[in-house]
Design a protein around this ligand. Structure first.
Ligand code: PMP
Length: 354
């Protein structure tokens, strides 16, 4: 750190993204990317933009916004497109949190929430998950501040029923609730249908996982039009061209190719259920994940040791050095072939442990 770095950031601990190693070919199951390439339609439309890169992109991302609005069933004034869903989440921290409205989120959830709070100098409160890793909505009701809940949650994979989300949103309509639905397409139940009913709800989603576009950086927020106007004000005050031309075009292609999206989600769900079954047979306890990853532990081998042994054998998963979850590993669901290699590798590691 240089001596010039502002005092505002002296306590900042940046987010640690999952490893993207280059030194060796891994079966990469550590960052919840899709094992499938983007839709051909997305590739084709993105390519066509390459020869127009001398021009700025449309700051309103109009064509894609209209398509996304139609896809999720809201008016186009109720959608904002962003540079990954990380950006819409950051916008929500900027717009709806301050000293009077601290950020409130579960103690085990997406690690970036804490960083968004820190970079924006926002006080925050972490509410412990229940023993079984579920979110207890009653622990949030009656608190003061802006709530951020990933649903399904990460890294646990657990889904909170929509009735519980509604109970939380309805309990205090004078505060904003942000539901981060990065993984909703793999079996969750989207709160987007509640947006017309509650003007204090923001739902965020991403093209990174279910639409195979993590590298393009595309996400969006859905909310009441007044909330979207606030978020637009933040966007136009930070980075009006937040979605580049190629990404916007790829997004259009991805939405138009619904069949590819549906088929890929179906395959991931099928592979996930297969992996759960195989891990159970090997003596693992696995949470009831509704995402594109599983969260698993076994008393046959320490969580970190398993992570390192898998890495040594060319399979990369994600381990968190955090007290309550250090026995677990988060494993992204890949192709069935990758999953077979994973299971066979775990079998041989456990064999050696005996
Ligand atoms: N929310 C959750 C819960 C996530 O796990 C991620 C992915 N790391 C994101 C949001 C952000 O994803 P992206 O910026 O790629 O849309």
């Amino acid at each position: 750190m240089s001596k010039f770095f502002s005092y505002k950031y002296k306590n900042l601990t940046p987010y640690t993204p999952g490893e993207q190693p280059k030194e060796r070919e891994y079966i990469k199951l550590n960052t919840n990317e899709s094992p499938f390439p983007p839709s051909n339609k997305a590739i084709e439309l993105a390519k066509a933009e390459l020869s127009k890169l001398q021009l700025y992109p449309d700051p309103d991302v109009k064509e894609l916004t209209a398509l996304v609005a139609q896809e999720v069933g809201v008016a186009k004034e109720c959608v904002i497109m962003t540079n990954g869903s990380d950006e819409i989440l950051n916008f929500a921290f900027m717009a709806y949190c301050d000293n009077d409205n601290p950020a409130i989120f579960p103690d085990i959830s997406y690690g970036f929430y804490k960083v968004f709070a820190e970079i924006n100098n926002i006080p925050y409160k972490e509410i412990p998950l229940r023993e079984d890793f579920s979110v207890c909505v009653d622990d949030y009701i009656g608190t003061k501040g802006t709530v951020f809940i990933a649903n399904p949650n990460a890294p646990t994979g657990l889904n909170l029923p929509l009735t519980e989300i509604e109970r939380l949103v309805k309990a205090d309509t004078n505060r904003v609730v942000v539901i981060d639905e990065a993984y909703v397409d793999f079996g969750g139940d989207s709160a987007v249908k509640l947006v017309d009913k509650y003007d204090n709800l923001i739902v965020t989603q991403t093209f990174s996982k279910s639409r195979s576009m993590a590298g393009a950086r595309l996400g969006f927020g859905v909310a009441n039009k007044d909330i979207i106007a606030d978020l637009m004000a933040i966007k136009y005050s930070t980075n009006p061209y937040n979605v580049n031309k190629m990404t916007a075009a790829a997004g259009v292609g991805a939405i138009l190719d619904k069949e590819y999206f549906t088929e890929n989600c179906r395959t991931i769900i099928e592979n996930r259920e297969w992996v759960k079954g195989e891990l159970n047979k090997l003596g693992f306890s696995v949470t009831d994940s509704k995402t594109n990853f599983v969260f698993a532990k076994t008393d046959k081998i320490d969580g970190k040791k398993l992570y390192l042994a898998l890495k040594d054998r060319g399979v990369l998963v994600r381990h968190f050095d955090k007290d309550k979850i250090k026995e677990y590993n988060r494993i992204t669901i890949g192709t069935i072939k990758q999953m077979q290699v994973l299971i066979n590798t775990i079998k041989s590691i456990l064999e050696e442990e005996k």
